[in-house]
Design a protein around this ligand. Structure first.
Ligand SMILES: [Zn+2]
Length: 170
């Protein structure tokens, strides 16, 4: 399972609602977690591996030894949010690009687990940031969309280099 790199069109396609909670879904989630660790990420959304489903995996420590902190969210929705804070983010689909994004500091989300069971959880600070970043992928939104205009200008040459590389490899 490979992570797609900007400007791969999968990133804009987003993810449709997960309807079938079967072994295939569990296997997909397992492979996504492996790919996330392999790439030293803290989160990965299905559109980033060219799967158009509302599925995301994360571990805020990024350390496979902390398997107890892994989360798999199907069909996540934000129920409420509080506070706003700018913080630096990166993305496995944008190698070498980092920038400040404003996110809510406290969120309450609903989601379904891999068995389709409805759950609710709250998250703060970094974990809340990771969840919001990955949820954006499900909507076909990428973190550079949320950069300030100054930041957008700053990363433009790097984005163009990735676009050039995509064209060459296509
Ligand atoms: Zn990302």
């Amino acid at each position: 399972m490979d992570v797609v790199i900007y400007p791969d069109p999968s990133l804009r396609r987003g993810g449709a609602k997960v309807e079938t909670f079967d072994d295939e879904l569990k296997e997909t989630a397992k492979q996504m977690i492996e790919a996330m660790y392999r790439q030293r990420g803290v989160g990965l959304a299905a559109p980033q591996v060219a799967i158009d489903q509302a599925l995301l995996v994360l571990n805020p420590t990024g350390d496979p030894a902390d398997a107890d902190q892994e989360m798999v969210l199907c069909n996540p929705k934000i129920i409420s949010k509080k506070g706003k804070e700018w913080g630096e983010e990166g993305c496995l689909s944008f190698p070498g690009i980092y920038g400040e994004v404003q996110r809510a500091t406290k969120i309450v989300i609903s989601y379904q687990d891999l068995d389709g069971e409805e759950k609710e959880t709250r998250a703060e600070d970094f974990l809340a940031r990771v969840i919001q970043h990955e949820m954006d992928h499900i909507d076909g939104v990428v973190f550079t969309d949320r950069f300030s205009s100054v930041e957008k200008l700053r990363v433009k040459p790097k984005l163009e280099a990735l676009e050039e590389r995509f064209k060459t490899n296509a």
